[in-house]
Design a protein around this ligand. Structure first.
Ligand SMILES: Cc1cc2nc3c(=O)[nH]c(=O)nc-3n(C[C@H](O)[C@H](O)[C@H](O)COP(=O)(O)OP(=O)(O)OC[C@H]3O[C@@H](n4cnc5c(N)ncnc54)[C@H](O)[C@@H]3O)c2cc1C
Length: 348
C-alpha cells in the first residue's frame, strides 16, 4: 500500500508532491494533460495587486515560503528555473502616481513598493507618467519546471500519464483502491478539471480563462516586466509574453481571435515599434467566488482530499496551501476557515 494517490500535476499537485517527497511518503501521480493553466502561466511571482495597489492575500508569508521552495526544486533538478525580475508599473495618469505614493506609506506595502519614480528610457515604449517599481518580484519557468519534474517522476515510476477515472475508485474505511493500486489517501489537484469530479463538483469553482500572445520584437530590448493594463514579460531572444486576458464566460480551452485582438489593441497603446505575434496560449484559472483556495477533506470520506482554487496566483499560494493540507492530514492540524472547503458544505 502506498501513502498517496495524487490526481493532477499543475502547480497545486507539484506543491503537494514536493511536500510528500520531503517527508518520505510514497505516492503515485495521475496526469491526463486536460488542463493547461499552470503550463501557460506568465510565471511571475508578485506580492502586489497592481490594479489597485494593495498587498495580495498573505503576500509576505507566502513569498517567504515560496522562494526557497522553488529554489530547492531548481537545485534538485539542476537547471536554471527561478530568476529575479523587476516589475515596473506604468502609470496611466497623475492620479495613479498619487495613489502609488499613498500606498507606499502603508505598513503592509512598504516592503514591496519603491517610492522612487522611475523614468522610462526605452524609446520603444510610451510612458509619459513614469513607472513605480515593485520589490520582491521574479519569474519561474513553470513549463520547464513541470516537464523536468515529470521526467524525474517517470524515472522513479511515480507517474501515470492517464486520466484518473473517478467511477473506478473504491473507497474503503482505511484505504482507497484504484484499479488494484491501494493508497491510504487520495488528493485531487485537478484545477478547473474538478468540475468533472463527482466527489467535489459541488464546490463553486467558477474558472476564469486567460490568454497570452507571444510576440517577437527586436526593437523593444526590455529587461524588466512592464505592467500597464497588461503585462509585457521578457522571455529572451527578443520574445515577450503579452497578457493576460480575464474571461469568466468562455470556458473552452482554445485560443481565440478576440483575445488576440484585445491584447494587441492594449499593447499598441504604449508599444511604438513593430512586432510580430508568433504564438498564443490559453488556460483556465481555477477561481472561486470568495477568492480563497479550496483545501480540505471530503465531508463523507476521510481519506479523500482536495487542493484547488489557486486562482490567478498559483505560484505563491501553492506551497502555502500544500503545507496547510499536509499538516491537516498527517499531523491532525486545523485548517483556517477561510480556506477550508467546509465553508461550502451547504452547497452539497
Ligand atoms: C494565462 C494565465 C496566466 C497566469 N499567470 C500566472 C502568473 O504569472 N503567476 C501566478 O502565480 N499564477 C498565474 N496564473 C494562475 C496559475 O496558473 C494557477 O493558479 C495554477 O495554474 C493553478 O494550478 P492547479 O494545479 O490548481 O491547476 P492546473 O494547472 O489546471 O492543474 C491541474 C492538473 O490536473 C490535471 N487533471 C485534471 N483532471 C484530471 C484527471 N481526472 N486525471 C488526471 N489528471 C487530471 C490537468 O491536466 C492539469 O494538469 C495564470 C493562469 C493563466 C491561465
Amino acid at each position: 500500500m502506498i501513502d498517496y494517490i495524487i490526481v493532477g500535476f499543475g502547480l497545486a499537485g507539484l506543491a503537494f508532491v514536493e511536500k510528500l517527497k520531503n517527508n518520505n511518503k510514497s505516492f503515485m501521480v495521475y496526469e491526463n494533460y486536460s488542463q493547461k493553466s499552470s503550463r501557460v502561466a506568465g510565471g511571475l511571482y508578485n506580492p502586489v495587486i497592481l490594479k489597485r495597489f494593495t498587498a495580495a492575500w498573505l503576500a509576505s508569508e507566502q513569498l517567504e515560503l515560496a522562494l526557497p521552495f522553488y529554489k530547492n526544486i531548481q537545485d534538485n533538478l539542476g537547471e536554471a528555473l527561478v530568476s529575479e525580475l523587476p516589475v515596473l508599473r506604468r502609470f496611466n495618469n497623475i492620479e495613479e502616481q498619487n495613489l502609488w505614493f499613498e500606498a507606499c506609506d502603508k505598513p503592509v506595502l512598504k516592503t514591496f513598493l519603491s517610492s522612487e519614480l522611475i523614468r522610462n528610457e526605452n524609446e520603444a515604449l510610451d510612458v509619459p507618467f513614469h513607472y513605480g517599481r515593485v520589490k520582491g518580484t521574479g519569474k519561474i519557468d513553470i513549463k520547464k519546471l513541470l516537464s523536468l519534474y515529470v521526467l524525474d517522476l517517470e524515472k522513479k515510476e511515480s507517474l501515470i500519464k492517464e486520466s484518473l477515472e473517478h467511477n473506478e475508485l473504491a473507497i474503503e474505511t482505511d484505504f482507497i483502491d484504484y484499479k488494484g493500486l491501494r493508497a491510504k489517501n487520495i488528493v485531487f489537484a485537478e484545477g478547473f478539471g474538478v468540475r468533472n469530479n463527482p466527489f467535489f463538483n459541488y464546490l463553486p469553482l467558477q474558472g476564469n480563462k486567460g490568454e497570452y500572445i507571444i510576440i517577437k520584437c527586436k526593437d523593444l530590448q526590455l529587461k524588466e516586466a512592464v505592467k500597464s493594463s497588461i503585462f509585457i514579460i521578457p522571455l529572451g531572444d527578443d520574445l515577450y509574453k503579452v497578457g493576460a486576458t480575464y474571461n469568466n464566460q468562455d470556458k473552452t480551452p482554445d485560443i481565440t481571435t478576440s483575445a488576440r485582438e484585445q491584447l494587441q489593441m492594449k499593447l499598441e497603446r504604449f508599444l511604438k515599434v513593430d512586432y510580430e505575434v508568433v504564438d498564443q496560449v490559453a488556460g483556465i484559472r481555477p477561481t472561486i467566488r470568495d477568492r480563497r483556495p479550496l483545501i480540505g477533506t471530503h465531508p463523507e470520506y476521510k481519506n479523500m482530499h482536495i487542493i484547488n482554487g489557486l486562482g490567478s496566483r498559483g505560484i505563491l499560494i501553492g506551497p502555502y496551501v500544500a503545507n496547510k493540507l499536509y499538516d491537516f492530514i498527517e499531523n491532525d492540524g486545523s485548517l483556517d476557515k477561510e480556506i477550508d472547503i467546509k465553508r461550502f458544505e451547504n452547497l452539497r
